[in-house]
Design a protein around this ligand. Structure first.
Ligand code: HEM
Ligand code: HEM
Length: 225
């Protein structure tokens, strides 16, 4: 099932890493600018809260997409309808955009007077007063996602095996974001939000099971027993 990751990686379009990084950084800068009031946009106090919640859902859906694409890559399932370089490109864009929207989602809170997050409380897990544990789940998910993106740049120094192991942190990031969204969010009880959380968690669980059951070592063990 596993294909040589190095071969897939070398097929990434040269400027694509740069482009997806620029898109993510632009979203983060936009969130910061709106949050500190530099743009004059969203001057009314509840607007920040709505902007944050809407972008939180976008970030979550993109993170889910990134995890699904990653699993399509590692299991080889997606090869039936897309070539690995295209899958990798999509995976990379989804990851960077998810991080960009998550930065926007959190930094725009700088403008909200009700929860009153300082920059430090947004960046440092547990540093704020508003639901510290549940907000920290989102903060750690974001830091882990940044680590995953950064690790790709230094993968040759890390070595393939260590890089792959580090990539398992993506599952931790997804489930932390899931817990964060479900438990801290105001929309969870709505039918559409419940369906969204159940649908995304269910599909990740399904492909993860497929991934675990299709590892060569497990298949050898099962064939031998
Ligand atoms: C938010 C950031 C990211 C998340 C959540 C994420 C998630 C995942 C997941 C869940 C897998 C499947 C892992 C497995 O089955 O062991 C995967 C595989 C993979 N990801 Fe990512 N990823 C992220 C960033 C990146 C970046 C920036 C790249 C580089 C372009 C990348 C390249 C890959 C590759 C090449 C694989 C296949 C690895 C293999 O076959 O073992 N990922 N990713
Ligand atoms: C990968 C990172 C993150 C994702 C995917 C994410 C996603 C979400 C989602 C889906 C919601 C639910 C919105 C609603 O129901 O209205 C939410 C709520 C929230 N998030 Fe995040 N989040 C992330 C990181 C962060 C960070 C770093 C902070 C830092 C301050 C944060 C602060 C909040 C707050 C305060 C709420 C509550 C909004 C409400 O009451 O509805 N999140 N997040």
């Amino acid at each position: 099932m596993h294909q040589p990751t190095e071969r897939i990686e070398s097929a990434v379009a040269p400027g694509s890493l740069f482009l997806s990084a620029v898109a993510g950084a632009a979203l983060a800068a936009g969130g910061f600018a709106i949050g500190v009031g530099a743009t004059g946009v969203a001057g009314e106090s509840t607007s920040f809260w709505y902007l944050s919640r809407a972008s939180g859902f976008v970030a979550y859906l993109l993170l889910w997409g990134s995890v699904m694409w990653g699993l399509l890559l590692s299991t080889g399932t997606g090869r039936a309808w897309a070539r690995p370089p295209q899958l990798l490109g999509a995976h990379e864009y989804l990851s960077s955009l998810s991080v960009g929207f998550a930065c926007f989602h959190s930094l725009v809170l700088l403008g909200d007077r009700y929860v009153a997050f300082s920059l430090g409380a947004i960046i440092v897990p547990f540093a704020g007063q508003h639901q510290p544990l549940l907000v920290a789940c989102g903060q750690v998910a974001l830091w882990l996602s940044l680590l995953l993106i950064g690790s790709f740049q230094v993968r040759r120094r890390l070595g393939g095996q260590l890089w792959r192991r580090l990539h398992y942190a993506s599952f931790v990031a997804f489930w932390l974001a899931f817990v964060h969204g479900v438990l801290v969010g105001s929309e969870t009880a709505m039918v559409w939000a419940t369906a969204l959380y159940l649908g995304t968690a269910g599909t990740v669980l399904f492909l993860t099971m497929h991934r675990v059951l299709s590892t060569p070592r497990l298949q050898t063990m099962m064939a031998g027993s």
